[in-house]
Design a protein around this ligand. Structure first.
Ligand code: FAD
Length: 404
C-alpha cells in the first residue's frame, strides 16, 4: 500500500457521517457504493457485508473479513452544548435551529436505512431524501463513558452504520483478483507524460526508457493529479496512533465546532488492539505555520477528550495527504472523474470507501454506460505479497518489537 491509502484511518463509510450533511447527494453516493459492493464484490470470500432476506444491511463476524463488526458510536452535541453558544442571543438561537435540523436529518436517515430494503432500485434516493417523517428518539441513548471527558448532558449517543475496515485485506483481495484477471503491476515506473496519438496513447516514464501504449488511460495517482487537473487541493490531516488502546470503543464525536470533532477507531495488532484517532482538523499542503497550529490544537483536543491520555506511553502523530476536488473553495465529499480527453480520465476517490462506486462508474464511462458484468472468482485468493501493512500498523508493530 502506498501514500494516502496506507496512511488512512481505516474508517469504512456506509454513510453515517454523511447523513449529517445538507447535500443529500453525498449520502446517496455512499448508499450506491454499499450496494455496488454487495452486487459486484460478493464473490470475494472475505467480504462480510451482506443483505439479509429483507434486504437489510448486515455484517457477519469473520476474522479475515473486510470489516470488523464492532459498532461505531456517534456522540452528538445536543441543543444545550457549549459549542452552540454565542454572545448574541439571536445567533445562538439560529445555531440551535440549524444544528437541530442536522441532527433530526441524521437520526431520520439512520432510521430509514435500518429498516429499508436495499434491494430496491430507488433505495439510495429514498434513504438520502428521508426527512422528519422517520424521526423518532427510539435509538437515542445517554452516553456513559468513564474514560472520556464529556459532559453527558451536552451529548446524546447513537450507533451508526460505519465500520472499521481491515484495509490491508481489502487491498490484497482486489490486487490478487486483478492479477488473476491477467493484470500487471509495474511498481517501479514513475510516470512523466502522456502523448495522445490517433488511436492510442503513449505513456512515458521518468526512470525507464520503455514506453507503454494503451487505448485508454486512467490516472489514479493521488497527489500526482495536481499536475493533470486544475481544481485540486491537497490538505494535510493528522492522525494519532496509541498503543495500548486509549479507549475501548469506536467513537465519533460530532459538534458544530469542527475543531472539536474527534474520532477514535480500534485496529487489530496480533492479539490486541491499538487506537487511531482523527479529527476535523487539516491545513493546506505547504502552509507550515498552519500545520504547527493544527498539530498543537489536535494534541490538545485529544488530551481534553481521553482521560487516559497522559498514561499512554506510545502516542505518535503523523500527517497524511488528502487530495480533494475543490471548486469555489467548497469542499467536495464525492468521488470525481475528470475527463482529460476521449481516451484518458483522472480519478479521485475522495475516500477510500468510495472507490467501489467509482470503479463501476469508470467501467460505465468506457463501456457505453453499460453495467459491469457480474464476475465470479475461479480460485481462492492468497494474501498478496505486494501489499504492505498500513502506516499505523507498522508504527505499532515497531514499537511492540522494541518493548518486547
Ligand atoms: C489522514 C487520512 C485519513 C483518511 N482516512 C480515511 C478513512 O478512514 N476512510 C476512507 O475511506 N478514506 C480515508 N482517507 C482517504 C483515502 O485515504 C483516500 O481517498 C484514498 O486512499 C486515495 O487513494 P488513491 O489511490 O487515489 O491515492 P494514493 O493511495 O495516494 O495512491 C496514489 C498512487 O499513485 C502513485 N503515483 C503518484 N504519482 C505517480 C507517478 N508520477 N508515477 C507513478 N505512480 C505515481 C503513488 O505512488 C501512489 O501509489 C484518508 C486520507 C488521509 C490522508
Amino acid at each position: 500500500m502506498s501514500k494516502s491509502s496506507s496512511d488512512q484511518h481505516g474508517w469504512f463509510h456506509i454513510g453515517s457521517l454523511y447523513a449529517f450533511l445538507d447535500n443529500n447527494n453525498y449520502l446517496k453516493g455512499l448508499i450506491k457504493n454499499t450496494k455496488d459492493i454487495i452486487t459486484y464484490y460478493s464473490h470475494f470470500e472475505n467480504l462480510n457485508m451482506y443483505l439479509d432476506k429483507n434486504g437489510f444491511l448486515k455484517f457477519k463476524k469473520k476474522n479475515n473479513g473486510w470489516f470488523q463488526t464492532k459498532d461505531v458510536k456517534y456522540l452528538i452535541a445536543s441543543r444545550n452544548n457549549k459549542d452552540l453558544d454565542d454572545k448574541h442571543i439571536f445567533k445562538k438561537i439560529k445555531n440551535i435551529f440549524a444544528w437541530e435540523k442536522k441532527i433530526k436529518k441524521f437520526i431520520s436517515r439512520h432510521n430509514t436505512l435500518r429498516t429499508h430494503n436495499l434491494n430496491k432500485h430507488e433505495s439510495p434516493t429514498t434513504i438520502s431524501n428521508s426527512n422528519y417523517f422517520n424521526y423518532n428518539k427510539k435509538r437515542i441513548l445517554k452516553p456513559n463513558f468513564s474514560n472520556l471527558f464529556i459532559n453527558k448532558d451536552e451529548f446524546f449517543l447513537m450507533n451508526g452504520f460505519d465500520k472499521p475496515m481491515r484495509s490491508k485485506l481489502i487491498y490484497a483481495d482486489l490486487l490478487e483478483s486483478f492479477y488473476l484477471n491477467r493484470g500487471k503491476c509495474l511498481l517501479s515506473y514513475t510516470f512523466s507524460k502522456i502523448i495522445e496519438k490517433k488511436n492510442y496513447c503513449e505513456l512515458n516514464f521518468k526512470n525507464k526508457k520503455k514506453k507503454i501504449f494503451s487505448k485508454k488511460v486512467i490516472f489514479a495517482n493521488g497527489t500526482g493529479l495536481k499536475k493533470l487537473v486544475k481544481d485540486i487541493s491537497i490538505y494535510e490531516s493528522p492522525l494519532m496512533v496509541t498503543y495500548p488502546k486509549i479507549f475501548n470503543k469506536n467513537i465519533v464525536k460530532l459538534t458544530p465546532n469542527n475543531n472539536n470533532t474527534i474520532n477514535h477507531f480500534l485496529h487489530e495488532s496480533q492479539n490486541d488492539f491499538y487506537s487511531v484517532i482523527g479529527s476535523g482538523l487539516s491545513c493546506k499542503l505547504g502552509d507550515n505555520k498552519d500545520k504547527a497550529r493544527v498539530l498543537k490544537k489536535f494534541k490538545n483536543t485529544c488530551r481534553l477528550f481521553f482521560k487516559n491520555f497522559d498514561k499512554i506511553d506510545f502516542k505518535k502523530i503523523y500527517f497524511g495527504k488528502k487530495v480533494e476536488f475543490t471548486k469555489k473553495t467548497k469542499r467536495n465529499y464525492d468521488f470525481k472523474i475528470f475527463e482529460l480527453s476521449k481516451k484518458s480520465v483522472a480519478v479521485l476517490p475522495g475516500k477510500f470507501s468510495m472507490s467501489f462506486n467509482l470503479a463501476t462508474n469508470i467501467y460505465r464511462r468506457f463501456n457505453n454506460q453499460q453495467d459491469p458484468p457480474l464476475l465470479r472468482l475461479k480460485k481462492n485468493l492468497r494474501l498478496s505479497k505486494d501489499i504492505s501493512n498500513t502506516r499505523h500498523y507498522k508504527m505499532v508493530k515497531k514499537y511492540k518489537s522494541k518493548i518486547s
